[in-house]
Design a binder for this molecule. Sequence first.
Ligand code: NAD
Length: 443
Amino acid sequence: MSRIAVAGTGYVGLVSGACLADFGNRVVCVDTNVEKIEALRNGKIPIFEPGLDDVVARNVAAGRLSFETGLAGAVRSSEVVFVAVGTPPADDGSADLQYVEAVAREIGRAMDGYKVVVDKSTVPVGTARKVRDWIAEELAARGVDIEFDVVSNPEFLREGSAVQDFTHPDRVVIGAEGERARGLMKEVYRALYLNETPYIETGLETAEMIKYAANAFLAVKITFINEVANLCEKVGADVQDVAKAMGRDGRIGSKFLHAGPGYGGSCFPKDTHAMAMIGRDYGEPMSIVETTIEANDRQKARMVEKIEAGMGGAGSLRGKTVAVLGLAFKPNTDDMREAPAIAICEGLAARGAKIRAWDPEAMKEAAWRLEGVKASLEFAADEYDALDGADALVLVTEWNQLRTLDLDRVKALMRTPAFFDLRNVYKRAEVEGKGFSYFGVGR
Ligand code: NAD
């Protein structure tokens, strides 16, 4: 059993804290957001993440998990302190480390004995050493000499299946220097370590690089199939079949080969930008990553062009009502950071369309993230309400309930039956058979 503090109680911090408690550790989760901590103390989970409520409730009841707004006490009562605060993109595309620095300095001001400080946030190569310097500066300012280690332990969980991913990871990566820190990290992850989860020990810089390289690679893979899809449209091929056949090749694999409106979310866009920036800083351009970023932006814009072309060409969207179904950046999350739906709604509004939008979980997020187009936007009560009187249906996020729409009911509700399936969920023949015009991506 380890005594752990987790700074930052967002998607990563809360899931990590709750699951580490479930592994038998004693965990204090800390956040500066007082409302979040109040909600958690009242048994409410501030984000939508399947299964997380049970893990939190179980571990709170067992006395292993608690929530605080102050970091100092949590640091003093723990031997391992996780840093899981946000690292959003700064204006120049690099990762903004202000929250990581604030936490590191706070740890330095509070610590009273040996600590392992664990970078769980996704941070540029070299950050672990910066964290060490920030803490050391605070210790020097206090005139005390306390031993500590910094560890890089990047997180690979996916929103929507975060609990399952954290408790059954493909691998645990620990970048550390020194046996004491390595030993303590094995204790923290004892439940996984004993379970023969691949446990990869590296140096600090390597662990930091692994996270960026993995995310950038996945972003490249998605973007590659999106470009193949665009070419398929021109040559009369079907990207679904191309991807299926490609994916059967064990060297390629079938995951992340689904053509669509471009990647979004809180990780791929910012991590690709940050990796490109690191490449530029070190004079080793990440040219494939740079191109991926551009191609992904084009893909989002292309979706709006596709809808306009499908509706009759330039000017055809003026005054039309477009039902946008699914707003979260992917199913099973309420997260809308960099969601393709944002760029698509902005593009539709700029062309004079009226938008009726709906998502099962992201409506609260959408209310402020789509603030820029609110004059053209109405939120619907459900998917069918969104379609009432619509001229076009645009399926952006493939929630399960949007995979099984009652097409007869949809057709009866819509003014003109134009179906833009940006996730290639439906079969063209079936949709056309019901009297719709059907537009997929790359088919
Ligand atoms: P988030 O925005 O959901 O949560 C960050 C939390 O940190 C917020 O609740 C914020 O109030 C809190 N915070 C900020 N400053 C603080 C401070 N000084 N002390 C205590 N709390 C503070 O972010 P997230 O999605 O959980 O991401 C966190 C990190 O993990 C990022 O670096 C991200 O790249 C990485 N990551 C995210 C995912 C994901 O799917 N979301 C997956 C892997 C890695």
